[in-house]
Ligand binder design. Structure first.
Ligand SMILES: [Zn+2]
Length: 659
């Protein structure tokens, strides 16, 4: 209930303002529910290349809809029932239990999952924590459990609240945030940022900018600048990068920490919004290329188990780092509009994310390995992490990922589509979905994206609109998509170039159809010790290894699993340098309910290989990758590669032999 009349008034005014601008609409029958449009950056904040759409504008379809449903039926939809840390005793429900980051982490994924699936059960769950947080704001403005004094968990809760406000229009949230930030501005000197809060300042600045765009309150920008000045200087770290090898916890404390680095992928672009300085725009590319060079992994991430761990594909990458990198890249694309960042986002989302979750989404790893041949309790050569880190389970190693993993898929869906500054649609990532937005003078338009991408190379867009309306459509053409084509109503358009956004501006009418084709050739690149990495489109391919799943123990109602190989893994690909035809044969299989599963993999690539007997298991991982080219006298065999995300045991960086 809203008892405060000033809150009601503000809400009414915001609503009236939006309606006056034509953003609140009634859709004609048969169209999707009306959505508000994006909220552009308010000067002096720099304009985004693409504006984020409010949560709920993009809905999942096809296999992505099934993926979110699997998540809702899995741990994400039931975590509070099986894990005390976010259960009824949570400090974020007023209990005496966990009162730090885990409640907000859970909600940061639960809120978008609930509203994108429209699942009333999940919406009710999310509402309970959000209501508690709102109703227990202290008179001085502080939010969160009374026992908590750390700014950091509130960075996450603020992101939760902004999403919730977009999905529901809850009028309590903007006043709560204003009051909270006023509290922070008053108390930041006596209660300085500590530890995680220093290294993650940019995540709060996102919420400050969100609120500034809706209120015009300039004190929020002052606070954003103070957060930057008190926070860690990530740009300086990558201007003079010191961590070129596997590191230890003691070397950099939180600067060489994987999740911090993933979150910091947004630091420079977010700061550019406030400075307009070109060097801040460029810094994210330097950060990505530096991480690739010294710690890169073939699934688009860098190793950090828990700290930077070098190029060896037996090192680990934490699940929190995966979902945080995705969220950073989604924001970076919005700010910078660089299509390369979309390629990177898809690589992580369609490989690293499913590769570290079970296909029923009940269990996850803390650390995944690109070359992962046994999942077991063992001391691996991690920089820091413990012996349980590569188990699939409820909370292997530590429970942060258990709480934080849920945001990966739903935020990807929510950000597949953005708005161009001139009122059109931008496809920054591809996947089956539907996007709705008011266009022009306020005409509701829906685009229906039908595709089995990333398993297939065609994407179909169908326009639905009550009346003909002019708007631009910006389509990301992936850099790998040589020969990509775009056709409107059957007519091919000229000028399509890989690695760019292709813009089509015209008067669209209902029934207009856009066909995109991104030819997916099998490609190879060079990995650690001159090994070979096999890709096709956005997907990384890895050796299909027989998996024996062994129940280690029951963690409440969730099983912790070990996985043992039932077929050989130590192969060298046979790549004849003189061959004139591709050594790879592609077979497409149906895209079923769970494409990221061993039995459901929708694409198979076969290749020739020889066993490499001297390459053996060391410390429960594939031993040091032999330097290629290698020699082997074993007979030639045909091996099968499947999408990395479908394989929970795999080799993704292969030695090769030339004869
Ligand atoms: Zn984690």
């Amino acid at each position: 209930m809203i008892a405060n009349p000033s809150i009601s008034k503000r809400s009414h005014n915001d609503w009236a303002l939006l309606a006056g601008l034509g953003f609140i609409l009634t859709a004609p029958p048969g169209l999707a529910a009306p959505r508000a449009g994006p909220t552009p950056n308010r000067p002096p904040i720099q304009p985004n290349a693409f504006n984020l759409l409010p949560l709920g504008s993009v809905k999942p379809a096809g296999w992505l809809r099934q993926e979110l449903q699997i998540q809702a039926n899995g741990l994400s939809g039931h975590l509070d029932e099986v894990w005390e840390d976010v259960g009824p005793s949570s400090g974020w429900l007023g209990g005496k239990g966990e009162s730090w980051e885990r409640g907000p982490y859970f909600l940061d994924g639960l809120v978008p999952l609930a509203f994108l699936t429209g699942d009333e059960r999940l919406i009710a769950k999310a509402k309970k924590y959000v209501d508690w947080t709102i109703e227990h704001q202290q008179p001085d403005g502080w939010i969160g459990p009374a026992a908590m004094t750390d700014w950091w968990p509130n960075y996450v809760m603020l992101k939760v609240l902004t999403q919730y406000q977009e999905a529901t229009g809850d009028p309590r949230i903007i006043p709560l945030m204003r009051k909270y930030f006023a509290f922070q501005a008053r108390h930041l000197e006596e209660r300085p940022l500590k530890e995680w809060a220093i290294y993650r300042w940019h995540d709060e600045v996102l919420s400050l900018i969100w609120l500034y765009n809706r209120t015009g309150d300039a004190s929020l920008l002052d606070l954003a600048r103070r957060m930057h000045n008190l926070g860690y200087d990530w740009e300086a770290q990558f201007a003079d990068f010191k961590y070129k090898d596997k590191t230890a916890k003691t070397e950099g404390a939180l600067a060489n920490h994987g999740v911090n680095n993933s979150m910091a992928l947004k630091a420079a672009p977010v700061w550019w919004l406030l400075t307009g300085d070109k060097k801040d725009r460029d810094a994210v590319h330097q950060m990505l290329s530096t991480l690739d060079r010294y710690h890169g992994q073939p699934f688009g991430m860098f190793s950090a188990d828990e700290h930077y761990a070098g190029l060896d594909p037996s090192q680990g990458t934490e699940l929190c780092a995966v979902v945080e990198a995705m969220f950073s890249l989604e924001n970076d694309i919005s700010v910078l509009g660089d299509p390369k960042l979309g390629d990177r986002l898809e690589k992580i989302a369609y490989n690293a994310l499913p590769g570290t979750l079970t296909s029923d989404s009940w269990a996850h790893q803390y650390d995944q390995q690109a070359n992962q041949v046994i999942v077991s309790v063992a001391n691996r050569r991690w920089s820091t992490n413990g012996p349980e880190s590569n188990l699939f389970g409820l909370q292997p190693n530590y429970g942060c990922c258990t709480a934080n993993m849920h945001q990966g898929w739903p935020k990807l869906v929510a950000n597949l589509w953005m708005a161009t500054p001139d009122g059109g649609f931008a496809a920054v990532g591809y996947g089956p979905s539907e996007v709705s937005m008011p266009v022009g003078e306020g005409t509701p338009v829906t685009l229906v994206e039908t595709t089995d991408y990333p398993f297939r190379e065609t994407v179909s867009l169908a326009v639905k609109t009550g009346r003909s309306v002019k708007f631009p459509l910006a389509l990301r053409i992936p850099a790998w998509a040589t020969g990509a084509t775009v056709a409107v109503n059957g007519a091919a358009l000229a000028g399509v170039k890989p690695g760019e956004f292709f813009r089509v501006e015209r008067v669209w009418k209902s029934g207009d159809a856009v066909e995109l084709r991104f030819p997916m050739q099998v490609g190879t690149s060079t990995g650690y010790n001159n090994s070979i990495i096999v890709t096709r489109g956005p997907l990384l391919y890895s050796l299909k290894i027989g998996e024996s799943w062994s129940e280690l123990r029951q963690s409440g109602s969730v099983v912790d699993w070990e996985v043992y190989p039932t077929s050989p893994w130590n192969y060298a690909l046979l790549i004849d340098p003189k061959a004139t035809t591709s050594p790879f044969t592609v077979t497409e299989l149906p895209v079923g309910r769970q494409p990221f599963s061993l039995e459901g993999a929708p694409v198979m690539i076969t290749a020739q290989a020889r066993r490499l007997p001297e390459w053996q298991i060391e410390d429960d991982s594939a031993g040091l990758l032999p330097v290629s080219p290698v020699t082997s006298k074993r007979h030639v065999e045909t091996i099968t590669l499947i999408p990395y995300g479908a394989a929970k045991l795999r080799i993704a960086e292969f030695p090769f032999t030339q004869n």
